[in-house]
Design a protein around this ligand. Structure first.
Ligand code: GDP
Length: 435
């Protein structure tokens, strides 16, 4: 329900995760279909300020359940969150275990909202009355499946989320290229950052798991300035081996949101894990320029390298515009090529496009392949103009544009990408009716 236009919002997301239930999360967050596989995190952009939404597996409220893996994940999310939404089912009414859950949530000391879901078709007053016993002041009726009450929920949330706490993270003031170094635990993020910084510079800033926010590290290399946004935390070299990282999707999302280029590090020895694809999907969702670094290339023999390359080719088709660089963070090989790819992706993502030229290109694209007819009429595409960059956004005016199929949209994206050499960055096409 939260349409694609919201994705154009260029506001940086802030560090304001909250915990919600399935349908509620879906109502708040619209993921691009087919790209994001992991549906547990998303960015809500419908309100005045964007924030990260975390959907947990849920607390059962039963003791043994609380010790389970899900409960651990929930606790991690509660720890990282800045506000909590306790979602209850109006049709179930109060459940005995709700008390335990409530105690757990209250212990965190974080702002707490109660969302009473599935209220459609119920008497609101009655539905809420029962839950009033919880004593939570902020109580909101919701029908997530019907997308009712979500606006009110967002409106109630925004004031309790710290304002501008992470504005600095969004950056943008200096002329450096902001690069988020993301990847699964052990992919080699710390090794890469330390290697890029040079062995002699030992930076201690993160005891594993204690720092909430990603860390920014300035880097100058071959005459260019970068700001590395590091999720692993730059550790003392000696500590790299022993540091046990608590993998934080929230941190990863924040870094991607704060960056211009997402550098996704994958472990060559593991081919591509689903989590890698999820990360890449998030970066694309956020409109970030993307470079994929396949690390630990040094440890593979010729056969393994071939297998790995095949897997990459197959599974990375949806981002075939992104450059893949094979590196060894440990030995420092491939790093020059890697940073060159970062610079190129950044340049493509921030390229200025002119209206008349875009319109000419649109005409060419339209001439060589027209969108399929809708009830005997072809959608008309009249002219185009730039709608911003990072990612490059092209606004196309025409008629019957809502009938344009995703396949045709992709055709246009690729056409513009080729024409303007927009390699390494997603390209957004936005249609406008008339004028
Ligand atoms: P992080 O969790 O992503 O920060 O990963 P680390 O940088 O801590 O690396 C995890 C492990 O992989 C460490 O034992 C590193 O020494 C090792 N490692 C990192 N990069 C490479 C590489 O290019 N080649 C090999 N063989 N090992 C690497």
């Amino acid at each position: 329900a939260l349409a694609a236009r919201e994705r154009l919002s260029k506001k940086p997301i802030q560090a304001q995760p909250l915990v919600v239930g399935d349908t509620v999360r879906d109502a708040l967050v619209a993921d691009l279909p087919g790209v994001t596989r992991d549906r547990h995190y998303g960015v809500c952009r419908t309100g005045a300020r964007p924030f990260v939404v975390v959907d947990t597996g849920g607390l059962s409220g039963v003791d043994e359940g609380l010790d389970g893996l899900t409960a651990q994940q929930v606790r991690l999310a509660i720890e990282e969150a800045q506000a909590l939404v306790f979602v209850v089912d109006a049709r179930d009414g109060l459940l005995p275990q709700d008390r335990n859950i409530l105690d757990e949530l209250r212990r965190s000391g974080k702002p707490l909202l109660l969302a009473v879901n599935k209220t459609d078709g119920l008497d609101l007053h009655d539905a809420l009355a029962e839950f009033a016993r919880f004593g939570i002041a902020a109580m909101l009726p919701l029908s997530a499946a019907h997308n009712r009450g979500t606006e009110e929920l967002i409106a109630a949330l925004l004031p309790v989320l710290p304002e501008d706490a992470h504005e600095e993270l969004a950056g943008g003031a200096d002329d450096s290229i902001r690069v988020a170094i993301v990847g699964r635990p052990n992919a080699g993020k710390s090794t890469l950052v330390n290697r890029l910084l040079g062995e002699e510079r030992l930076i201690v800033s993160d005891v594993a798991g204690t720092t909430r926010d990603p860390i920014r590290v300035p880097l100058e290399r071959d005459g260019r300035k970068y700001t590395l946004i590091d999720t692993a935390g730059v550790r003392r070299k000696a500590r790299v081996e022993e540091a046990v990282e608590k993998f934080s999707v929230i941190k990863t999302l924040q870094s991607i949101a704060a960056a211009q280029v997402a550098l996704v590090l994958v472990d060559a020895r593991e081919n591509l894990a689903d989590q890698d694809l999820t990360l890449i999907g998030h970066a694309v969702d956020e409109g970030r320029a993307l470079v994929i670094a396949v690390n630990k290339w040094d440890g593979l023999d010729a056969y393994q390298r071939e297998q790995c390359q095949r897997a990459l080719e197959r599974r990375l088709q949806f981002v075939d515009w992104a450059k893949t660089v094979f590196i060894s963070a440990l030995h420092g090989s491939g790093l020059r090529e890697l940073m060159r790819a970062v610079v190129r992706a950044h340049a493509a993502a921030t390229k200025e496009l002119g209206s008349s030229d875009l319109t000419r290109t649109l005409e060419q694209a339209y001439q060589s392949y027209q969108p399929p007819l809708v009830r005997g009429h072809a959608p008309k595409l009249r002219f185009a103009h730039p709608g911003g960059n990072n990612p490059p956004t092209i606004v196309i005016h025409g008629s019957r544009t809502k009938h344009i199929a995703p396949a045709y949209q992709r055709y246009l994206e690729n056409f513009f990408r080729k024409r303007y050499r927009l390699e390494g960055t997603p390209v957004r096409i936005v249609f406008r009716e008339g004028e």
